[in-house]
Every structure is written in structure tokens, then in C-alpha cells.
Design a protein around this ligand. Sequence first.
Ligand code: HSE
Length: 414
Amino acid sequence: MIQVAVMGHGVVGSGVVEVLENHRESIAKRAKEEINIKYILDIREFPDSPYADKFTKSFDDIVNDDEVRVVAEVMGGVNPAYDFTKRCLLAGKSVVTSNKELVATKGAELLEIAKNNNVNYLFEASVGGGIPIIRPISQCLAANEFVEIAGILNGTTNFILTKMIKDNMSFEDALKMAQELGYAERNPAADVEGYDACRKIAILASLSYGKHIYPELVHTTGITKITLEDVAYASAWGGVIKLIGQVMRLDDGRLDISVEPMFISNDSQLSSVDDVFNGILVRGDATGDVVFYGKGAGKLPTASAVVADIIDCVKHLKARKYLYWADGDETLVKPYEETEFPVFIRVQADDKNAAAKKAAELFKETKTLSRNGESENEYAFTTGIMSAADQQKAVDELEKAGFSVLSRIRISDL
Ligand code: HSE
């Protein structure tokens, strides 16, 4: 029998315990060993839990117990998860996690420690919840060079945008609903400001390119400024607004990487990925496009991925799984200002003709966009491909000319 510990008894942690206990027999068959939860670490009291006898408030109980071979870190956040993970790996225990913040910020270091101590550090649940994506990229698609990875990586914001698009619901009401359903992060800013999607694309980029791409290198914009008017313009354009994490390999070897809301054409596979679902497109040079789709958040989908990693660790107690990336730096990423793409812009304009004329002077290949119920005082248009820096200069000029910019949203070619 293999003893394991679960650190954290929140949404995901309680799901991990539930899945391990409810599927005890089938998991034992797959792992070829019975798996027993010896400890559950949490600072809160759970006197009514059926597993009350397993709770401890002391991390030392876990790290000092040689019987514990695998630890699931499902606490979230960098501290104290970083310290606990490091100490477990150094003590010769494999660690599995759903903690994307920790993997995205400290992955290279923790993977190195795991390697040096001949144990595993696995994190399938850190990206895409229940969707298999880390293993497919690191194993099944390992023969490919990754040309591009792009997708909807955050369930909460996708849920909110879907409610705005399909039910005309306000941003605030949709966020509240997502939180009640247990999709949102502890701090909703992590979802709605795009930080969660940023960490996930940083992990996928690090994994596919073999060097650590730190979250601060990823240009990130969330969805808090998206309005129902923008949603209506996207629909008139022939698409929807989605929060997209994207990384592309450029000919010079650098990466073009960002997280931002984008207009996505109705013809794109990603346009119909709705609600809490995630969709991730992986473009390999040998395979072409491979698309992964499923529930990207929630207790049991995420717990399923954590438990799969526990099983994998139990099956590989003596052999390391190859999962590794080296330290990286800012030279790996092309500055966002230099990236080129078309954009949708909406301005406050008492005189639409004057706004159209000024926009055509400042931006490339402008096209007017109209929507049902359009206000008398706004003018919207799309542009041709321009660098983000040139767009910014033109936006500054537009504002100087008295047309205040209400929205600016990238148009994707996905
Ligand atoms: N808050 C995250 C999301 C949870 O909504 O996708 C899963 O990582």
C-alpha cells in the first residue's frame, strides 16, 4: 500500500480526497498498488468530515513521515506551497499539483530539484482542469516542433463572456454566478484580469519550448473593460469575443506570447467553446492542428487530473518521468509593441463622419463597423495589420483630435 498526503482541503483538495476514496478499487488496479490517504493538511477544522481522523495542521507530520511517498499540493498560491513543495521533493517524495501560479513562477527550479532527487513533480491539473494537455504536449506530441499554441484557458472568464454574449447578462452578475459555481479563483482578479490564463500559457510555452517563460514576460490584458456594446460589434463583424492565450514561435527563434480578449471569427473552432469549457489548439509541424476540449475548471474535473498524476507517480516510484524545462530570460520573447495584428476600435464621436475621416488618416485600411441599436455618439471600425506600437501612436492622435477611445480589441486570425 502506498501512503499519500493531500495538502489543502479547498474545492480541488476535497475533490481529490473524494475521487481517491470513491474510486479506491479501480485506482488500485490502475496503479497496481492500493493508495491510502494518510494525511490531509489544512489550517481549518473539519470535525464533520468522514476523513476527520486524517487531518493535520502540521506540515512536519507529512515531510517527516517516510511512509508518505506522494504528496498532492492543492493549496494554491506561491506561499507556503513553494516551501512545502521544495521540502517534500528534497525529502524524496514526488509531488503533484494543480497550482499553476507555483508552476508558472518556480517550475524550472522545482523540476530541477525533482530531477536531482530522483522523484517526480507533475502538474497535469495546472492547465485545462480535466483536459489532458501537459502529457499530450510532453509525450504524445513530443516528435513535433510547436509552431503555435492558442486557446481559451480560463473557464471563469469564458463563462462570463458566454453569459454576456448569449444572455445579455452584465459582467458583474456573470462573475457572481461563476463564483457561486466554484469556478473562480480565490481572488477574482486572477481570472478577470487574465493572470490565471497568463500562468497557463506560460506553462505551456515553457513545456513546449524547453525554457522557462516567466508570467511577467507575457503581455496580459483581462476582460474587465469588455462591454455588451463590444460584444454586439463582434457579432456584427461575424464573431465573438474570447480571452485567448497564444504563443507562436517566430522564424528568429523568439516567441510571440500574449493573453488578451480577441475577436474570434464564427468559423474558428474556438468560437463555439462556451461556458466553463476550455479549448486549446496545438499546432505541430508534423501533426498540424490538434484541438483539446473539455471542462477547464471545477472540483471534480481538476481533481481527476490531480489523481491521474498521483497514479502516475505511484507507477513510477523508481523511474522519473521526463518533464523538464531550463531557466529562461526576457530575450526569448519578442516585445509586444513589435507584434503586428489588426484591431477593432470604438470611439466616442458626436460627428461620426469626422471620426471616420480621422481614423482613416491615422490607421491602415479602416473599415466602418455598425451594430443594431448603435448609439448616435459612437463610431467603430476595424484596421488592417499594424504593430501594437503604431496602433498606440494612432490611438494617441485620435484622442488628441477629441475622439476618446472606448474599446480596443485585437482581431485574431485563429
Ligand atoms: N479559475 C480557473 C478557471 C480555475 O476559471 O479556469 C481552473 O484553473
